[in-house]
Design a binder for this molecule. Structure first.
Ligand code: FAD
Length: 312
């Protein structure tokens, strides 16, 4: 990609759809719960599937790389930012359609909004999602889950586009869900809609369960600090947080990045850089490997490029 393709992409998109929201040099720190990362060259916040198809087709035609994000709650964006086009499927795509025990939702709806909407219709199965601070698209992509529930239990259909703007539809078996995994993690496709099928439930009981899950979350997790949730995946040998804790790393700090004092599975940003955060991740992985023989794998998705090194 060269700078000219990016300028051509922006002007072509503006000419083809005057309502499309585009932003140059978008601050990625403001689009992630870790509050880290340099700028994205060009960010689009589409409000419907047609705009997404246009974005993908035009970026493909002009050879501009595309990065997809949701609410940025599982992302570490590096200090040099992201080159090319970032498509943010979030606040502007939140429509929810209920039909009997099925709900078809635009991928930018928050998981908490969907679980509340379901409870209002006396539908259960989504109370686990009420405290996960991500979008439904991000949740289906990552197979997000908590308290014994996960997206794979309720998703029946995932719709969207591949990177050249051709539509796809995957049923639950096609998604090949596993622990915090779906096939989309290998395929680079954009989710526009997710359909879930839910069991009946009583609204009051569902709301009470959500309150209880969120109480437990607030008790254990550093929710008042900047994080991306659990930094590492759960390894087959046990719990990442327990291993980090047993290695004496709670509170360990590199620059502005710290292993949370409240929950050793969460690394938090206390006003540092993505480089600090990556250095801390690497340090934790090394110590846990040396002491426990387990190589922790990141759960957070790492995007973008390092900041250029300043010359003396
Ligand atoms: C305090 C806190 C608590 C958390 N607790 C949990 C928890 O209990 N369980 C859990 O599973 N996670 C948890 N997380 C992590 C995070 O919220 C989930 O992984 C969530 O599903 C990510 O959704 P998102 O919209 O923020 O996606 P992002 O972080 O923006 O993106 C994550 C990945 O999904 C892809 N993606 C996002 N949207 C789309 C789309 N529309 N189409 C295709 N790909 C897409 C991105 O390319 C990226 O690779 C927590 C995070 C925080 C900060």
């Amino acid at each position: 990609m060269n700078g000219a393709s990016l300028i051509e992409l922006e002007s072509s998109l503006r000419a083809k759809d005057e309502h499309l929201v585009l932003k140059r040099d978008a601050d990625m720190a403001r689009c992630t719960t870790l509050h880290l990362g340099g700028p994205a060259d060009l960010m689009a916040s589409p409000s419907n599937a047609e705009q997404i198809q246009l974005l993908l087709m035009e970026a493909h035609r002009l050879n501009v790389p595309v990065t997809i994000i949701g609410n940025g709650s599982n992302l570490l964006v590096k200090d040099g930012g992201i080159r090319g086009l970032v498509i943010r499927v979030c606040r502007d795509m939140q429509a929810i359609e209920v039909s009997g025990d099925r709900i078809r939702v635009q991928a930018g709806a928050m998981m908490s909004t969907l679980s509340m909407a379901a409870a209002d219709c006396h539908l259960g199965g989504l109370t686990f999602a009420s405290g996960i601070p991500g979008t439904v698209g991000g949740g289906a992509y990552m197979n997000a889950g908590a308290y014994g529930g996960e997206m794979s239990q309720v998703v029946t259909l995932v719709e969207g586009f591949n990177m050249v703007g051709e539509p796809f539809r995957y049923g639950r078996p096609d998604m090949r869900f596993a622990h915090r995994y779906s096939r989309l993690m290998k395929e680079n496709k954009l989710i526009t809609h997710v359909t879930v099928q839910l069991p009946q439930g009583k609204r009051e009981e569902l709301l009470a369960e959500m309150v209880e899950f969120n109480r437990r979350r607030a008790e254990k997790q550093p929710l008042t600090q900047f994080s991306a949730g659990s930094t590492f995946k759960r390894p087959p040998e046990g719990y990442a947080s327990q291993m980090v804790d047993e290695c004496g790393l709670k509170g360990y700090t590199i620059g502005g990045a710290q292993v949370s004092e409240k929950h050793a599975g969460f690394l938090v940003n206390r006003g540092g850089t993505a480089a600090d955060f990556l250095a801390l991740m690497g340090y934790v992985q090394r110590v846990v490997y040396e002491q426990k023989g387990v190589m922790l794998e990141p759960e957070v998705r790492i995007l973008g490029e390092d900041a250029p090194v300043a010359r003396a």
